[in-house]
Design a protein around this ligand. Structure first.
Ligand code: C2E
Ligand code: CA
Ligand code: CA
Length: 549
């Protein structure tokens, strides 16, 4: 088919005749590179070049030809040439204007290998290596095509984003090979849910996207979300493991939620984050409220940055008393945001966002420093064994260099380490018990005390109480609320108190609002109490005036 000899042929311009010109550089290039020139249909000379060029490439050809006429200079371009009985071939073309600039001289070199490589490269850059699925780049493309098709056919489409819950845990505990196998198995299952005309793409390690063509009806989107959820939740048998996973899904539809690629992707993503925020295994279809929340969050986050710069954050202190003697023992430092024009904002509003945005690391470090300094001042002012309790968020606890941060706060303030209590929730410890234990041992070695906050609301695994080096249990307010009314709560609180006594742990009852609650706790030997009854969280000056003057 293709001759070995280097050759070139003159093709006529659209005016159909062969021309001789001095196209030196092209001829030299042809000779030097010994490129194989493609075999053209018999006797191409005299045939209109129009019949040699793949119709889709005609525009490229005409553009180059016109440009050559206009500038009087050689133009190069790539196109497909038609051949007899075989597939078209990619060629690298050089087109020269002749003296009469309406006529042209065209030389074409075989570029099929180069094109093949390009196609391979394109595939690699647009597909996920592990699963062979389209990657993020291609998803955008497919979505654009999908929207155009839907528009033309006056139909809809559903875009669904899927994010696996806790996939990192699988990788961390069982290794990446198992993680990869799980992803592959999951992809095989997902493929059975979609039709061949639909798109399934892997757009991140644990994130997938699906485009379903044909409908945008809510009931179809819901049906699909449910089906996918069920598919993901069936156990996976990977090597010797029975693995259970779940996913959070976000859905947006064309044309209801957006008529272009970026809006649709953005809204499906918002819906997915909103589903994720509900915990595991939820799906959400985009609605305007989600958008509003996301915008509010964005502006709140920006305000928070500004608030930190402007020193709008402060600590309130809630007193903690000894039940038996009624003496003040310490205080919990609770963060507040004094936002101009909005008043004091409670941590319930901004801590979750600070946590998800990472700002908590900065805010938490600041709270630690300030609280240690304040406790030291109050010790000097007359309560020598005063302790301060500071909340450590999950992210802070896991943050690199957390023990060093604590050491710094202590040494800078001069507060004895045993006067600092760190409050950590059960969930944080149980997320990674080995690492938590190592960290707690390190912290305890420096003299700092550890309290389990909101005890009873998390894992409620009693085994870990023995395992971890803890000092204090803070019984959650929800058990104290009805402790004198509900026998169940009474039994739980009594059990926790005797358990703690057996383990040598101090118990703080949180959220004590009524005298009867306090009386009950006293009768059961509870050590410390914190609640509105004995004192609300208060400004540092109020605290000082009340307890230290
Ligand atoms: P928490 O650690 O459980 O703090 C106790 C919460 O219970 C405080 O809410 C406190 O005002 C409230 N409280 C105390 N006694 C009573 C009572 O008798 N009745 C009622 N109804 N409530 C009572 P606050 O200050 O709104 O803080 C909420 C949560 O925000 C805290 O819960 C804690 O998880 C978080 N937080 C506060 N400050 C910080 C901080 O500096 N760092 C971190 N990471 N989290 C913080
Ligand atoms: Ca707390
Ligand atoms: Ca608490």
């Amino acid at each position: 088919m293709m001759s070995d000899a280097v050759s070139f042929k003159l093709l006529s311009s659209l005016t159909d005749f062969a021309v001789r010109i001095d196209a030196d550089d092209v001829i030299r290039h042809a000779l030097e590179s010994s490129q194989v020139f493609l075999e053209l249909p018999a006797n191409p000379i005299g045939e209109s070049v129009k019949f040699l060029i793949q119709p889709e490439d005609m525009e490229t050809f005409l553009k180059a030809k016109n440009q050559a006429s206009l500038t009087g200079e050689k133009q190069t371009f790539v196109c497909r040439l038609l051949r007899q009985h075989v597939l078209p071939v990619w060629v690298d073309c050089h087109i020269f204007p002749l003296e009469d600039q309406n006529e042209h001289f065209l030389v074409a070199f075989d570029a099929s290998h180069w094109k093949e490589n390009e196609a391979k490269l394109f595939h690699l850059s647009t597909h996920d290596h592990l699963t062979g699925l389209p990657s993020r780049v291609l998803l955008d493309d497919r979505l654009t095509v999908g929207i155009n098709t839907a528009q033309r056919e006056q139909k809809g489409l559903v875009l669904l984003l899927l994010n696996l819950d806790g996939f990192r845990k699988v990788n961390d505990s069982l290794g990446h090979t198992t993680g990869d196998m799980l992803i592959k198995a999951l992809v095989e299952r997902l493929k059975t849910v979609i039709r061949s005309s639909d798109t399934l793409a892997r757009i991140g390690g644990d994130e997938f996207a699906m485009i379903m063509m044909g409908s945008s009806q809510l009931k179809d989107a819901e049906f699909l979300a449910r089906k996918i959820m069920a598919t993901v939740q069936r156990p996976f048998q990977i090597e010797n493991h029975n693995l259970y996973i779940s996913a959070s899904l976000g859905v947006a539809t064309y044309p209801e939620h957006g008529d272009n690629t970026s809006t649709l992707l953005g809204r499906a993503e918002m819906a997915m984050h909103s589903a994720k925020a509900l915990g595991k295994s939820h799906w959400k279809i985009y609605n305007q409220q989600i958008d509003g929340n996301a915008k509010d969050e964005l502006s709140l986050e920006a305000d928070m940055h500004e608030g930190i710069r402007n020193g709008e954050f402060l600590l309130h202190y809630q007193p903690i008393f000894c039940v038996k003697t009624g003496k003040l023992k310490g205080a919990e430092a609770l963060m507040r945001w004094d936002r101009p024009g909005k008043g004091l904002i409670s941590p319930g509003k901004f801590i979750p966002l600070a946590e998800s945005s990472g700002l908590i690391e900065m805010l938490g470090a600041w709270a630690l420093r300030i609280a240690c300094r304040q406790a030291k001042l109050w010790q000097e002012a007359g309560i020598p064994d005063f302790y301060v309790s500071v909340n450590a968020s999950p992210r802070q606890f896991m943050q690199e260099g957390f023990p060093e941060l604590i050491d710094k706060a202590i040494s800078e303030s001069g507060l004895p380490p045993s006067s600092l209590m760190l409050e950590i929730t059960e969930g944080v410890l149980m997320n990674n018990p080995e690492r938590s234990n190592a960290l707690l041992v390190k912290l305890r070695a420096s003299g700092v005390k550890i309290a389990i906050d909101d005890f009873g609301t998390g894992y409620s695994s009693l085994a870990y109480l023995k395992k971890f080096p803890l000092s204090v249990l803070k019984i959650d307010k929800s058990f104290i609320n009805d402790v004198v009314k509900h026998t169940e709560d009474m039994a739980i609180v009594s059990a926790v108190l005797s358990l703690a006594e057996g383990l040598g742990l101090t118990v703080v009852a949180e959220g004590v609002e009524h005298q009867e609650q306090l009386d009950f706790l006293k009768s059961k030997g509870c050590n410390l109490v914190q609640g509105y009854l004995t004192g609300k969280p208060m400004h540092v000056d109020v605290f000082q005036e009340k307890f230290l003057s």
